[in-house]
Design a protein around this ligand. Structure first.
Ligand SMILES: NC(=O)c1ccc[n+]([C@@H]2O[C@H](COP(=O)([O-])OP(=O)(O)OC[C@H]3O[C@@H](n4cnc5c(N)ncnc54)[C@H](OP(=O)(O)O)[C@@H]3O)[C@@H](O)[C@H]2O)c1
Length: 311
């Protein structure tokens, strides 16, 4: 089976290669999925560049990709939640950049029929991140007014929709080119970071500020927006200056969070038309596409997910 692997850390065009891999066995608790689409995330770019090698060393060739959707082709004896032939949404620890994936049964869920494979693959990490941050990291302490910085991003756009579904007032920042899109998501107030300092306009306004920008670029303005004693959540690094009183939290994936719970909530909201994912590009299932997707993510692509899809 065909997979796209990296042979070392480095530039996408230098390190990606197509490999022919043998299939893994499926034990009692695992499921085999024929991948129809996989999503590409800023996380994949960081791993490929070696930014995480000190705490997450890789054995090469390594197959990236945590987000996919496809068809179940084999199930272990203990699997009850899906059957052979089901279309599923899958969250794996790597391995999704290829034709086939074997993963534990609690890491996938049946895909709603009206959700395309590309959309399903696009939702996975951004949704699991948004859901666990709001539901588990913040929970009841989130307050009523929440600022989402990077609201046009994959994580940010889902945060806006989830917070609106939870009845919150949502303030949002993104670039001016994405204002109409972010307002359509339901944001109550919008500030373009390329036109003004949201920190001045919304100073001391939000119970919780979430920095969902790529690379965490808005911390100084975010801290100003946080009410004194409020919550500041970073997807990347926390602000260096934390002299203002507040609850400074870093969000990261945790084994304490259940993928199945997050995916069940996604399916429920999707069935009610309460959550959508914007697609920026769907590229064909080739090595050149994987390289292109990584290069696009290293720049400043249009809002939406970049997905690789088999037709
Ligand atoms: N800790 C975790 O568990 C976790 C999980 C998922 C993601 N992340 C990280 O979270 C970040 C967002 O991920 P994503 O998938 O949502 O990325 P994304 O879709 O590329 O979104 C990036 C966001 O950053 C904004 N942005 C880009 N340049 C900016 C700048 N110079 N100043 C302010 N905002 C800027 C973009 O706004 P415009 O396009 O409108 O300019 C967009 O809203 C990434 O750094 C990712 O690695 C962390």
């Amino acid at each position: 089976m065909k997979r796209f692997a990296i042979k070392d850390y480095g530039k996408a065009a230098d390190v990606f290669e197509e490999i022919e891999a043998s299939s893994r066995e499926v034990d009692a608790t695992h499921v085999r999925v024929e991948v129809k689409a996989f999503g590409v995330n800023p996380y994949d770019v960081s791993v490929r560049l070696g930014n995480m090698k000190s705490f997450r060393p890789l054995k090469f060739p390594y197959v990236l990709g945590n987000d996919s959707a496809g068809i179940v082709t084999e199930i272990g004896a203990d699997i009850k939640n899906v059957a052979v032939g089901d279309a599923v949404i899958a969250h794996s620890v790597g391995g999704a950049n290829g034709e086939e994936l074997v993963l534990p049964g609690h890491k996938l869920i049946k895909k709603p029929e009206k959700m395309s494979f590309a959309q399903a693959a696009g939702f996975v990490t951004p949704w699991i991140t948004a859901y666990n941050m709001v539901t588990h990291l913040l929970g009841n302490q989130i307050g009523e007014i929440v600022m989402v910085q990077g609201a046009s991003g994959s994580v940010g756009s889902l945060l806006v929709q989830l917070l609106k579904a939870n009845g919150k007032k949502v303030l949002a920042t993104a670039s001016s080119r994405n204002e109409a899109y972010v307002r359509e998501l339901g944001a109550d107030e919008f500030s373009a970071y390329d036109k003004e300092d949201a920190g001045e306009r919304f100073a001391e306004t939000a119970d919780t500020v979430i920095d969902g920008t790529k690379g965490g670029r808005s911390s100084a303005s975010g801290v100003k927006i946080m009410k004194t004693g409020g919550n500041y959540v970073a997807l990347n690094q926390l602000p260096e200056d934390q002299s203002k009183a507040g609850n400074y939290l870093h969000f990261g994936p945790s084994k304490d969070y259940s993928d199945l719970e997050a995916l069940e909530k996604l399916v429920a909201l999707y069935e009610k038309d309460a959550i959508q994912i914007k697609m920026a590009d769907s590229l064909p299932f080739t090595l050149a596409s994987v390289i292109k997707a990584h290069e696009m993510l290293e720049g400043h692509p249009p809002a939406g997910k970049i997905v690789i899809e088999r037709v």
